[in-house]
Write a protein that binds this ligand. Structure first.
Ligand code: ADP
Ligand code: MG
Length: 372
């Protein structure tokens, strides 16, 4: 993949955020009107969506990677996440985040199910494998630890210590971002990870079942930290951080008519997501004078792991049903490297319904089509 060279010759290290888009399968139960999909993949980097301004046009988008509806969890992991993991054993930082409207597949992508595990369990297993495969002779000892937190209403909450208060985000003299007071638990195997992670995830979801909104309104952030220490003098130590983030839903809550307290929440969520989009934009355009990390908790926390020398991937999840149309459109506009309006009707190959004996509606349709 061609890497964009920063206009200043790369002297200010701002690595691009790789952008992948994942389209989940069409679900007819999500689409009572049975209108069929409004978006479809073209190849491994391009997709098209109907242009609402003009139904005879489609808008074609180009990304680093496009994962179509048939893509497996394994394929998403192998192509978008696995390649960046070796860096965290070398003291570098990385982040993977799932973006997109509620219902489009962020949690499926990040967490998945026991039958179809997502990015989080696969990445954690892989980190343990990488550490195990390290050559004794290289002379480093490795230790792995985890933290798990949530940003909700611009508050930082420790998911490994339920009931904790809003935690501060600080920066040390080496520009590392840290959260004093955040639980950090050493883990020595995947099952030990699971033992801490599963109840904490359940905490998060049960606390929110009465308003399932919470899980769609908060950013869930898993941190895996790998510290390696040189066995011989001078015992150098390096820390690599991996952030795995299931972001709040990107839907526009003003449009869905939320009010009062929830509107306030939406505002705060939109602040973090809006700032994230500005940060990603300025990193990817390579022209940033100032990357606005400090404007929200989410971007402040990710500051040392997004852009700079960090390795970052954003997986934008989208859904094919019409009811998601405007949220899909805005997610794509955020994610796309480029877009193009194509003047041709959207061909609905997926709605090849058998011809029924009643012909009337079909004739009506044809007559209507030629008359105007
Ligand atoms: P989000 O976290 O973005 O709100 P979810 O991950 O909860 O969305 O997905 C919404 C629904 O769609 C869930 O029932 C989920 O199992 C299903 N789903 C999402 N992505 C896929 C996929 N790639 N394949 C099959 N089912 C999916
Ligand atoms: Mg979710």
């Amino acid at each position: 993949m061609a890497q964009r060279v920063a206009p200043d010759g790369g002297n200010k290290k701002t690595s691009r955020v790789r952008v992948a888009v994942r389209l989940r399968p069409y679900m007819s139960k999500q689409d009572k009107k049975d209108e069929g999909p409004c978006v479809r993949g073209l190849d491994s980097q391009n997709l098209e969506i109907i242009n609402w301004r003009n139904a005879t046009e489609t808008v074609k988008y180009h990304f680093d990677v496009f994962h179509g509806e048939q893509t497996t969890q394994q394929e998403v992991f192998l192509s978008s996440v696995k390649p960046i993991l070796p860096h965290i054993l070398n003291g570098q930082n990385a982040s993977v985040f799932a973006y997109g409207p509620t219902g489009a597949g962020k949690t499926h992508t990040m967490l998945g199910t026991s039958e179809q595990p997502g990015v989080i369990p696969r990445a954690v297993r892989e980190v343990f494998n990488l550490v195990k495969a390290k050559d004794e002779d290289e002379g480093w000892d490795y230790s792995i630890g985890m933290s798990y937190l949530e940003i909700y209403n611009e508050k930082v909450l420790d998911l490994l210590s339920p009931g904790s208060q809003d935690l501060p985000i600080r920066e040390d003299k080496d520009k590392n971002i840290l959260i004093p007071g955040l639980t950090h638990t050493p883990i020595s195997s995947f099952s030990e990870f699971d033992k801490h992670f599963v109840p904490a995830s359940l905490n998060r979801t049960t606390a929110s079942t009465k308003l399932n909104q919470r899980s769609s309104r908060s950013h869930a952030i898993l941190l895996i930290k790998v510290v390696r220490t040189q066995r011989a003098f001078p015992h150098r130590q390096q820390t690599g951080k991996l952030y795995l983030v299931d972001l709040a839903g990107s839907e526009d809550n003003r449009r869905t008519g939320n009010q009062g307290i929830r509107l306030k929440e939406s505002g705060a969520i939109n602040l973090s997501l809006f700032t994230l989009s500005k940060v990603v934009d300025s990193l990817n355009s390579g022209t940033a004078v100032r990357v606005p990390y400090r404007d929200s908790k989410l971007t402040r926390l990710l500051q040392d792991s997004l852009g700079g020398s960090a390795h970052s991937v954003m997986i934008t999840n989208i859904a094919p049903e019409y009811k998601y149309y405007f949220d899909t459109f805005s997610a794509l506009n955020f994610a796309a490297k480029s877009k193009l309006i194509v003047n041709k009707p959207f061909i609905r190959e997926t709605v090849a319904v058998p011809v029924l004996p009643v012909k009337r509606s079909r004739e009506d349709h044809e007559a209507g089509g030629s008359g105007t």
